[in-house]
Design a protein around this ligand. Structure first.
Ligand code: ATP
Length: 504
């Protein structure tokens, strides 16, 4: 992406929109590009609404005559003869007005045959429709390992010239991926100050700082899960699929000629372990798990804000890759995204479009793990072949699976489970989801606890009998989902025949 910026500048694209929160870093890169090639050596001017136009990196920051207002700044730019790059920082709020947009268009038109160009720089992407055809948008990437290495090296120099083993260095660098340069500087400094050294033992400090910073952006969550695949009952097909891909993101898999897995969609009845599967995969594959909260992506406070949120979140996920990006309830997140969207000025359609494009074009190892309960609300584009590597359907657990789920959940709460007749429990809980089985055990425990005694088989049966499972309250929805999934999705459970026989 950085190379692309250089190419666009050299190719004299008149208007580039560089989306980044890292102004200083991006300016330094533009300056490097501008001074690198002799024939394209250009001066750089920077406009802000606070200072007007000043020349970049000059010791005395003199404002060019009367250029604080965007109109006068653009007029000044048009009048200049010399070859130059004009960076406009945060011009987007002014592009709401027709006059500034018109000035900008006039300026670009006047650049023909000159060696001038404008770079709009802001943390969010916001382009008025009049400029859509004239602007090239570039997302400035977060620092890569090489840049982070420079940051780490300067911190080490300040830390009494401390030396680092290659392996420890690599771990410290990887731990900071996904941070801006400023954030990485702060995190390394803090880690150093905490333990008076920077070594492999500080990797955890860097990671936990990174988790906090990622959480602060409010859209991505770092999820840590202690459970393993063993705490999921049944779903053997799905587990096998995941186990076979445990090393799918390694160099060895690439050398073998395997493509990088793109993602999977888990459709299913509520409470049957879809989210749990997604979370435990992170442990199985040894990859970090980020949850993308689509509800928080939508932000009506400003036009373009939602799109910017999504872009930033995806950019962060890519910079941490290989990573698993977990999107729970994809059906809710993108309901109506494919067509309607009128109610919110088309934001949901645009968000949906950007997400699909990203999924299609992404080259970095970000594995999308999405779950959905309601297939009729899911835009059809997600279900098309090739979008996900596989679409699994998680049905209500079979008899054997329910037995397994009872064993797991009772085993979590009591070391000794032989006093329970798991087969009987599984039989009486026909039509129950994993979540409902867990709840029945908890209800039984509460009952017994209130009577100051240990809970028994009969308490669990009583709890089961007094529960009306979702499969009965939502019979129609569940059967519709099953009918749909039988044709088009792969069953997550080993015994297809058994699940097909299942009736309630
Ligand atoms: P929803 O669609 O409502 O989000 P879900 O299918 O994602 O539901 P989970 O949130 O993963 O379901 O399940 C809720 C809880 O139920 C899990 O944390 C787990 O304790 C229990 N559970 C569900 N299915 C299973 C299972 N197959 N094995 C063990 N526990 C299960």
């Amino acid at each position: 992406m950085k190379e692309e910026l250089g190419i666009l500048i050299k190719a004299q694209y008149p208007l580039i929109h560089l989306v980044t929160p890292e102004e200083e870093r991006a300016e330094a890169e533009i300056s490097r590009i501008a001074s690198n090639s002799k024939e394209h050596r250009k001066r750089i001017y920077v406009w802000t609404v606070t200072h007007g136009i000043v020349e970049y990196d000059q010791p005395r920051q003199v404002t060019q005559h009367n250029t604080v207002s965007p109109e006068s700044a653009l007029e000044w730019v048009v009048r200049q003869k010399e070859s130059a790059i004009y960076i406009f920082k945060d011009l987007h709020p002014f592009l709401d007005g027709a006059v500034v947009t018109r000035w900008l268009r006039d300026a670009i038109a006047s650049f023909k045959g000159t060696d001038k160009l404008i770079i709009l720089m802001s943390p969010i992407l916001q382009v008025p429709i009049e400029l859509e055809k004239e602007v090239v948008v570039l997302d400035y990437p977060l620092p890569d390992l090489q840049e982070l290495n420079q940051v780490l090296s300067s911190q080490l120099q300040r830390s009494r010239g401390q030396r680092l083993e290659t392996e420890a260095r690599e771990k410290l660098l990887k731990a900071a991926l996904g941070l801006t340069k400023d954030e990485a500087e702060k995190v390394y400094r803090k880690a150093y100050l905490k333990s008076n050294q920077l070594s492999e033992s500080e990797v955890d400090i860097v990671l936990s700082e990174k988790k906090q910073l990622i959480r602060r952006n409010g859209i991505l969550d770092y999820i840590e899960e202690d459970e393993t695949l063993n705490s999921i009952g049944g779903l053997e097909e799905l587990k096998l699929w995941l186990r076979q891909r445990s090393n799918a993101f390694t160099e060895r898999a690439r050398e073998y000629g395997l493509p990088q897995p793109k993602g999977m969609l888990i459709l299913g009845v509520p409470g049957c372990g879809k989210s749990l599967i997604a979370k435990t995969t992170s442990r199985l594959w040894g990859l970090p798990l980020l949850r993308l909260d689509m509800g928080r992506v939508y932000d009506g406070s400003m036009v373009g804000r939602s799109e910017a949120n999504l872009r930033n979140a995806l950019k962060t996920a890519e910079s941490i890759s290989p990573v698993i990006l977990f999107i729970d309830e994809l059906d809710k997140a993108f309901a109506g995204g494919a067509g309607s969207g009128d109610s919110d000025g088309g934001t949901s359609s645009r968000i949906f479009g950007s997400f699909l494009t990203w999924m299609q074009e992404k080259t970095s190892p970000v594995f999308v793990m999405a779950t959905a309960n309601r297939v009729e609300r899911l835009p059809g584009e997600f279900l098309r072949k090739g979008r996900f590597d596989e679409i699994f359907f998680v049905d209500l657990p079979t008899l054997a699976e329910r037995q397994d789920i009872f064993r797991i959940h009772l085993g979590k709460r009591r070391p000794e489970t032989t006093r329970f007749d798991l087969e009987q429990l599984a039989k009486v809980s026909d039509g129950f989801s994993g979540a409902e089985i867990e709840q029945a055990i908890i209800a039984a425990m509460y009952d017994a606890f209130a009577q100051d005694r240990e809970f028994t088989q009969l308490d669990i049966i009583a709890a089961i009998k007094s529960t009306l499972p979702l499969s009965r309250t939502m019979t129609e929805q569940v059967s519709a989902l099953r009918d749909w999934a039988r044709q088009r999705a792969r069953p997550a459970s080993a015994s297809v025949a058994e699940y097909q026989r299942l009736e309630f």
